[in-house]
Design a protein around this ligand. Structure first.
Ligand code: MLT
Ligand code: MN
Ligand code: ZN
Length: 308
């Protein structure tokens, strides 16, 4: 199974269009210590020929061009992308569906809630329903990823609820946890049917309850929410009144952070993705980067390839 990190950045990417923070300034200057990141997405393939996108980011068009494996290779219109599996309805994970609108047969999987959000937004109808099938996926029950015509790609998907929050643009301030339900935010376990290899992809996760820790223990590979280094990073930078946990993300550090929570688990390879532009661990020469690398973590980057 092949995995490509299409975008290792969080919503907004790195640099973010309207941000002139020290990190974003460095990224714009083009120094190798601060590589730019597009927004949150992976591609996965069992055979290296047909690919499934895990989330569709607003940067998808550029991500396809940067990764030759995703270029059309047959005659005429012939994308190797067979479809998409969505983790939530966030803009950084769904807006790329609008890029996939040029008459290509696709299967788009999401929880019933997320498929409902697409149905309620008429602009997504640019993906012609004669060619693109939207499929509600169950929580917990593994299912084979099937292309639009029902052909398996040799990949089994299991979606499971993780602590999180409804998409920012769907928040209901008057309701508990802004009206979030378990189907709003899922992690994915992807298994290669031929080899049995598997990995977890969890780009948004607000906490690490025991059942999730148990699920991840023993994993070959986990790609995990690396949005912020500290919980109050956006507040300290003066950009927002929100903590990471208010935004539905665990910080890397702190007693409740991902370094501590996943540090207790046996995991073959652990890679941060969905990294916000304010996170000092983005900089390759930072003390914060050294700290997370010393804890056994890698920091994902665009076009990173992993073979399992
Ligand atoms: C998030 O991950 O918290 C969201 O992508 C935020 C956003 O929609 O900008
Ligand atoms: Mn996001
Ligand atoms: Zn910035």
């Amino acid at each position: 199974m092949k995995i490509i990190v299409l975008g290792a950045g969080a919503g907004g990417g790195f640099p973010q269009w309207n941000c002139n923070c020290p990190n974003c300034q460095l990224a714009r200057s083009g120094v190798p210590e601060a590589p730019s990141l597009t927004q949150s997405s992976l591609a996965v393939s069992a055979d290296g020929k047909r690919w499934v996108l895990l989330n569709a980011s607003p940067d998808l068009r550029r991500q396809i061009e940067l990764n030759p494996a995703l270029h059309p290779s047959g005659p005429g219109r012939s994308s190797p992308i067979a479809g998409v599996v969505l983790c939530n309805a966030d803009v950084d994970h769904t807006a790329g569906l609008l890029t996939l609108r040029e008459m290509q047969p696709l299967a788009v999987y999401g929880t019933g809630r997320v498929i409902g959000v697409l149905a309620a937004n008429a602009m997504f109808n640019v993906m012609d329903s004669k060619l693109v099938e939207r499929r509600a996926m169950p929580l917990e029950t593994p299912f084979p990823f099937l292309d639009r015509d029902g052909q398996p790609l040799g990949l089994t998907v299991q979606a499971f609820a993780v602590p999180g929050k409804v998409a920012l643009w769907l928040e209901r301030p008057e309701e508990k946890n802004f009206g979030s339900i378990p189907e709003d935010t899922v992690g994915l376990k992807i298994t290669d049917d031929a080899t049995g290899s598997s990995f977890f992809y969890i780009p948004g996760c607000a906490a690490m309850p025991d059942d999730l820790a148990k699920r991840l223990n023993g994993a070959e590979l986990v790609l995990f929410d690396g949005t912020t280094f500290t919980d109050d990073e956006m507040i300290t930078a003066g950009f927002s009144a929100k903590t990471a946990s208010r935004m539905g993300h665990m910080a890397m550090t702190g007693a409740e952070g991902s370094l501590a929570a996943l540090g207790r688990l046996s995991i073959g390879r652990r890679i941060y993705v969905h990294i916000n532009n304010t996170n000092p661990a983005l900089l390759r020469n930072s003390a914060e980067r050294r700290l997370i690398e010393a804890s056994g973590w890698e920091v994902g980057f665009d076009t990173m390839e992993i073979v399992l």
